[in-house]
Design a protein around this ligand. Structure first.
Ligand code: HEC
Ligand code: HEC
Length: 457
């Protein structure tokens, strides 16, 4: 058995990473330096890598430039060393390094309320606590005109939210692997009927500049295009696992190179169509059960990842009470798997837009740091409480209450916490959520296998 070596790092890459840890990648990028064609970062279970289909990662792209008025750029919240999302552990380091003055910490959407006191370090620590604890940004959206419901009560611990602007604390979604998207944003609000993903992302880039970066002038069409093109060329995945070694060894297909070759089109594998294939992930097919009989720890770690993939693809889940799915199909119980909802091959989002409510925002999971909103249906008088009405604020429809998209499941190890509200601090907590929500009765071994698999994505 050959000794396993970590994948060779581009020397410059190692340098950039080392410097980035010290001073923070966003600051480094503002210095205008150039990154090599591959970006590598350590994470909880190994390391992940980003590649761009056109070779070098172009740091002159608008994605890295301050195009608004508050010092922020896209990379402020979509950090390559956080798998292009925002890992809460790194938010703390940025706060400590700058005493809460990094452009991430701005009151328009970084604090618990736009009116929060940020005059001292301690005041800032309190004002930015949602960012510091769970990497959450305050997305402000009002109840749309003509909605089928009204907001009857608001319990906002920060005293700001109202019908005109609800405070919705949400995680930045990664801006990589976007070639697999079927809906843009947690509530799909940047997805437009009949438009291409390129158009949606161009529009989103403009909105993000005017909103998060407090821009005054809209981006030019050329700026929007180039940001969307940049994002669509990025691929990020775990490529090395501390226990299992290189994730593309011995016939496996982990890592970003294989991902960049993965086919995708809207509806490529659709649970509502004939020919649906529940074996959504095939990356670790080659690491089958035979590896498990080996005494070699690397081989048994590979077998665990392969077993986790098998659980994801095949473990029966009795799906009930999931709005957006059960009500849409008119079935009280749907016999599915994890891959019923996460059905894009080797990507793991839904291959057609399918916002659903798996219960993340439900009132019984509300923690004291989250606002709680109660809505009444104008026609039936029915009431529901939720920490985030999700898609319903976009469509105004009661049936869309608390519906969210399932994100792409790659590069997970680099960007904890999970779910739209960051309520699962670790992948293990996310698994425990599913175990309880769908009565899966997973054994300790099965949970460990599933975690090994998810962290190898
Ligand atoms: C202050 C933090 C912040 C900044 C700055 C920021 N974003 Fe985001 N981004 C978010 C959050 C939070 C979400 C999810 C919001 C939601 O779904 O309601 C998001 C979502 C996205 C998504 C959706 C991805 C998906 O899977 O649907 C894209 C694309 C994106 N941002 C691109 C950009 C670009 C381009 C810029 C710069 C022009 C930018 N962002 C600046 C916080 C930020
Ligand atoms: C009924 C549909 C459905 C099923 C079944 C399902 N998921 Fe999900 N998954 C979602 C949705 C929707 C989200 C986003 C929820 C939110 O944050 O509000 C999600 C989020 C996740 C996340 C967090 C991703 C992130 O970036 O925050 C992980 C991890 C995950 N699912 C894994 C699994 C696993 C493992 C299984 C099987 C045990 C599973 N899912 C079964 C719909 C589903």
């Amino acid at each position: 058995m050959k000794p396993l070596l970590k994948p060779a790092r581009f020397i410059a890459g190692a340098l950039v990473c080392a410097v980035a840890i010290m001073i923070g990648l966003p600051q480094l990028l503002q210095a205008g330096s150039h990154l090599p064609s591959a970006l590598v970062s350590d994470d909880v279970s190994g390391e992940f890598r980003t590649i761009h289909v056109r070779g070098a990662i172009d740091l002159d792209n608008g994605f890295f430039q301050s195009l608004g008025t508050n010092g922020r750029s896209c990379v402020t919240c979509h950090d390559p060393s956080d798998a292009w999302g925002l890992a809460s552990a790194h938010v703390k380091a940025r706060f400590d390094a700058t005493l809460g003055m990094d452009p991430l910490f701005r009151t328009n959407d970084g604090s618990t309320s736009p009116l929060a006191d940020v005059s001292t370090v301690e005041a800032r620590r309190a004002a930015y606590k949602m960012l510091l604890t769970k990497g959450l940004i305050r997305v402000g959206i009002g109840v749309p005109a003509g909605a089928e419901f009204e907001l009857v009560s608001v319990d906002d611990p920060y005293g700001y939210a109202s019908t005109t602007e609800l405070s919705l604390f949400r995680r930045p979604l990664p801006t990589t692997n976007l070639a697999f998207l079927s809906a843009v944003m947690w509530d799909g609000r940047e997805t437009f009927a009949g438009e291409s993903m390129h158009f949606d992302l161009s529009d989103q880039a403009n909105g993000a500049t005017l909103g998060h970066a407090a821009g005054i002038n809209p981006l030019t069409p050329a700026q929007r295009n180039s940001i969307a093109n940049f994002e669509l060329g990025l691929y990020t995945a775990q490529d090395y696992d501390n226990a299992a070694g290189n994730l593309d060894a011995h016939g496996a297909n982990g890592g970003p190179k294989a991902l960049a070759k993965q086919n995708f089109f809207i509806g490529i594998n659709d649970v509502f169509s004939l020919g649906f294939n529940p074996s959504v992930f095939t990356l670790f097919d080659a690491w089958d059960a035979r590896h498990g009989s080996s005494n070699d720890p690397t081989m048994s770690a590979r077998a665990a990842i392969a077993r986790g993939q098998e659980i994801f693809n095949t473990r029966p889940i009795a799906i009930s009470g999931v709005n957006g799915l059960n009500d849409k199909l008119g079935v009280t119980q749907l016999n599915g798997t994890c891959s019923t909802c996460h059905d894009a091959p080797n990507g793991g989002d839904h291959s057609v837009s399918l916002p659903v409510d798996i219960g993340i925002a439900s009132a019984d999971r509300r923690t004291p740091d989250m606002p709680l909103y109660t809505f009444r249906n104008n026609t039936t008088g029915a009431e529901v409480s939720t920490t985030d009405p999700g898609r319903a604020l976009i469509t105004g429809k009661w049936k869309d209450m608390s519906l969210f998209k399932g994100p792409i499941l790659r590069g997970l190890a680099g960007r904890a916490p999970y779910f739209h509200d960051g309520s699962a601090a670790t992948i293990q907590e996310a698994i425990n959520f599913y175990d309880a929500r769908f009565n899966l009765a997973l054994t300790t071994q099965e949970k460990a296998d599933l975690a090994a698999f998810l962290l190898a994505l």
